[in-house]
Design a protein around this ligand. Structure first.
Ligand code: AMP
Length: 134
């Protein structure tokens, strides 16, 4: 499999603006930020997306996401933060190495996220169907 850009960053083959690292995770600035302070948090091991991360790696990943989101919010004096991960091309994923986006937000920043959608089925039916897969 061809190396992703993020594994090259982990291995020091290409540079990044590093914010934090520990033995399992790494946080660095996004090269093409949505807003100032836009940070990515990744696992050092290569997993293609969030659903691919084994349970034993989740605690360290989410702990770093939490720590970095707090630091970014303070550093940027942000009113809010979006913490998001894209899973699959259809969801906007371009780099197939799990990463969380931490994006500082302000009430007047003009960024629009999710359009509302009318469900064809009832929410009750949808909830019951999803619960079958747990
Ligand atoms: P996604 O669309 O969720 O896969 O997001 C990938 C993100 O990686 C984008 O926001 C890119 O701007 C960012 N990105 C790509 N290459 C680099 C790089 N070399 N250093 C930092 N961020 C990068």
């Amino acid at each position: 499999m061809e190396e992703t850009i993020f594994i090259k960053i982990v291995n020091g083959k290409i540079p990044c603006n590093k914010i934090y690292e520990d033995d399992k995770t790494l946080a660095f600035l996004d090269i093409n930020p949505v807003s100032e302070g836009h940070t990515l948090v990744i696992t050092k091991k290569e997993y293609k997306d969030f659903l691919d991360v084994p349970e034993e790696e989740l605690e360290s990943l989410m702990s770093t996401v939490h720590k970095i989101a707090k630091a970014v919010k303070q550093a940027e004096n942000a009113e809010g933060i979006n913490v998001t991960t894209n899973i699959g091309k259809a969801a906007g994923q371009d780099v197939f190495h799990v990463h969380f986006h931490i994006i500082p937000r302000f009430s007047e920043d003009g960024i629009k996220l999710w359009p509302k959608n009318k469900d064809a089925k009832s929410n009750e039916e949808i909830a019951q169907n999803i619960a079958k897969y747990l």
